[in-house]
Design a protein around this ligand. Structure first.
Ligand code: AMP
Length: 505
């Protein structure tokens, strides 16, 4: 499905609208995504595919690339992994041009349809415009309703499409001014990469909740290719050097004249998502100046200091629990062993659509390394307990392998609240920690003991001292219920849920 998008002939969306076969009618979106963009590279599409491949952990349900060759925009978007969609040399060749933007999408509600796959693209009076968004807008429903009343025809159900319409109706003349105009109307967490006829643009929301970084590739002729990406691991794979994080509230504009920075918002204290360190980012990435791998090890060490228990072996729940378990082991002096082996050819359990299949998914994904576990007092280390499905199955599996005791240690505080800023979490009622005490959770997952790192311990491990309740440096709403960005859509659609959120703080 690769097409040259000539002005006013955007048949991509029409084709997408026909592809509703897999739509189960549930259009609610929960997204966590990876974004990548490149300016001035002769292999722009191939490099973007590589960048998206290294960001695959941020979204496995769909991938897309839009490129620009100086005259036409070209697009290819599909359901599935980057490799499923961009391994064919003919597809890459059809994405002509030296500039490209790409997106990996993650959604868990089984409603992935092609029309929601990004980058979104539209033709405006000023030219073409493609946008890739990681995050979630908390006033998208209200904006969308107002825009529909004005006659805007939405083509997808993704919140990101409001950017397209706000830019289209803006009365400003330049693309940058229209983008700023649009950004001033949205509320939420967003890292955006946009491609117009003249520029590649990168934006982070004023609190910098989601990551976005700037990199560069030095060409042999002395010229430079600029890269924007969700994480530094996407630079390594394409041979780019890290330049810096895009700052919270900053717009980076890359054009033939170079890299320009605009700061349209007044500065507010940043609140980077702490869950990026705990789970979401790849361990070889450096986020906000801190290597994620080292951060996870320090969190594990802090967890050992806070909730040590006599044991014979530390076993990570692979892969996400590995660095924290290493930190736990070196702090406690208890040997680290791979007592659970992960099958890498199964997707994340989260994407399984039903509870029944999710249970099965855990079995498909992990198996016990019995000789390591038999007769031992085992400390299992995982990064989080969300619904409790994984922990319950793993504890049972470790016991069945003959473990004498099973203690569960979790390198995040209890997940008591849903995320509305772009990390997929189930509704609050399905979060085990929202409705159970730690003791009840331990009984439910069948562990001899269960402990989570404290919120202060987490901040200490990230070198921030104890959490300053008046001015926390991270967005930690999933653990504290303190939502730093307003939730107007929820206030309107589900006021009961909102009052539950504030009551429970
Ligand atoms: P659960 O089985 O529902 O308790 O989920 C916990 C497991 O899911 C942990 O092992 C985490 O590594 C993983 N996890 C936590 N948050 C997410 C997320 N937003 N998306 C996908 N997986 C997650």
């Amino acid at each position: 499905m690769t097409k040259a998008l000539a002005p006013l002939q955007d048949d991509m969306f029409r084709a997408c609208l026909r592809d509703d076969s897999s739509d189960d009618g549930d259009d609610e979106m929960h997204e966590e995504c990876g974004v990548f963009g490149i300016w001035n590279h002769s292999d722009a599409a191939a490099v973007t595919a590589l960048g998206l491949h290294s960001l695959q952990h941020r979204g496995q349900e769909a991938a897309g690339i839009v490129s620009y060759d100086g005259q036409h925009f070209h697009s290819h978007r599909g359901l599935g992994l980057v490799g499923d969609n961009f391994s064919d040399a003919r597809v890459i060749a059809s994405l002509a041009g030296t500039r490209a933007v790409g997106h990996n999408r993650y959604a868990t509600t089984g409603d992935t349809v092609l029309r929601n796959v990004q980058p979104l693209y539209a033709d405006f009076e000023f030219g073409g415009f493609a946008v890739a968004h990681n995050g979630n807008l908390t006033n998208a429903t209200a904006i969308r309703r107002a825009l529909v009343r004005r006659g805007c025809l939405f083509q997808s159900t993704t919140d990101s499409e409001v950017f397209i319409h706000l830019i289209a109706i803006s009365l400003y003349s330049t693309v940058a001014d229209r983008l700023i105009d649009a950004l001033k109307q949205v509320i939420g967490a967003y890292s955006l990469i946009a491609l117009s006829n003249d520029a590649l643009m990168g934006v982070r929301d004023p609190l910098g909740v989601r990551p976005l970084i700037l990199g560069r590739v030095a060409h042999a002729d002395g010229s430079v290719a600029w890269v924007l990406a969700s994480e530094t691991c996407a630079l390594d794979i394409v041979g780019a050097d890290f330049v810096r994080d895009v700052e919270p509230g900053e717009i980076i504009i890359i054009n033939d004249q170079g890299v320009h920075s605009i700061r349209p918002f007044s500065r507010v204290p940043a609140r980077f998502c702490v869950f990026e360190y705990i789970y979401f980012s790849r361990p070889d990435s450096v986020a906000e100046g801190m290597p994620v791998y080292a951060a996870r090890k320090r969190i594990g060490a802090e967890l050992a200091r806070e909730s040590g228990v006599p044991a014979d072996v530390i076993v990570p729940v692979p892969d996400s629990g590995v660095p924290a378990a290493m930190g736990y082991a070196s702090e406690s002096g208890i040997p680290f062993e791979l007592g659970i082996i992960r099958n890498h050819y199964v997707g994340r359990t989260f994407i399984e659509p039903t509870e029944r299949v999710r249970h099965l998914g855990v079995k498909l994904k992990h198996s016990a390394n019995a000789p390591i576990l038999a007769g031992k007092r085992v400390i299992l280390v995982d990064d989080s307990i969300v619904r409790g499905t994984t922990s319950k199955k793993i504890v049972e599996m470790v016991r069945n392998a003959g473990a004498a005791e099973v203690h569960m240690r979790v390198s995040s505080p209890p997940t008591t609240h849903s995320c509305f800023y772009g990390i997929d979490t189930p509704e609050r009622g399905k979060l085990l920690a929202a409705t159970h005490s730690v003791e009840d959770m331990a009984a439910l997952i069948g562990a001899d003991s269960l402990a989570f790192i404290s919120i202060d311990g987490l901040y200490r491990a990230l070198n921030k001292g104890d959490r300053n309740p008046g001015r926390p440096q991270y967005c930690d709403a999933c653990f504290t219920g303190e939502y730093p960005i307003p939730l107007p859509d929820m206030a309107e659609n589900d006021p009961r849920q909102l009052s539950l959120l504030s009551e429970s703080r």
